[in-house]
Design a protein around this ligand. Structure first.
Ligand SMILES: Cc1cc2nc3c(=O)[nH]c(=O)nc-3n(C[C@H](O)[C@H](O)[C@H](O)COP(=O)(O)O)c2cc1C
Length: 143
């Protein structure tokens, strides 16, 4: 079975809630899924997985979190060519600009962008369902 890693950073728990819902959606679709905080995962671990859901909120000024997630992601980028990827995260006020920039970045890396999801602040019930659907989409793209 194809394996998926969900790798995220979350300071306040909003993106973490999204990550957990995405895991549930991927599992319900029959995927083999593992959840990692970014400090428990490295680019070297990527070889063990066939697809990725990456989660990080908008931080700084429309950038990825700079202390842990951005350094990880810079290393990950060299391993994304042809790889199915979905992006998600929570934001506060920027209207999702950080995610649009992130999408362009992974496309430039040659990743197969399956989907992306930005949610303002905490995900509500519909938001969690959308996260689950994103997880399902990645499983379907791998099968
Ligand atoms: C230091 C800091 C910088 C932020 N910068 C942005 C930003 O540039 N754009 C934006 O839309 N939200 C920004 N936010 C809001 C967060 O993206 C928002 O609170 C989000 O829900 C945090 O997700 P988390 O609970 O997973 O950490 C920022 C928050 C913090 C604490």
């Amino acid at each position: 079975m194809k394996k998926i890693a969900v790798v995220y950073w979350s300071g306040g728990g909003n993106t973490e809630a999204m990550a957990k819902a995405a895991v549930d959606g991927a599992k319900n679709a029959g995927g083999e899924v593992e959840l990692f905080r970014v400090d428990g995962f490295s680019a070297q671990d990527m070889k063990d997985y066939d697809g990725f859901l990456f989660g990080c909120p908008a931080m700084g000024a429309e950038v990825l979190e700079e202390a842990e997630f951005e350094p990880f992601f810079q290393e990950a980028e060299s391993k994304l060519s042809g790889v199915p990827v979905a992006l998600f995260g929570s934001y506060g006020w920027g209207g999702g600009e950080w995610l649009r920039q992130w999408e362009a970045r992974v496309k430039g890396d040659g990743a197969q962008l399956i989907g992306s999801l930005a949610i303002e602040n905490a995900p509500d019930e519909k938001g969690l369902a959308d996260c689950a659907a994103l997880g399902t989409s990645l499983v379907k793209a791998l099968t």
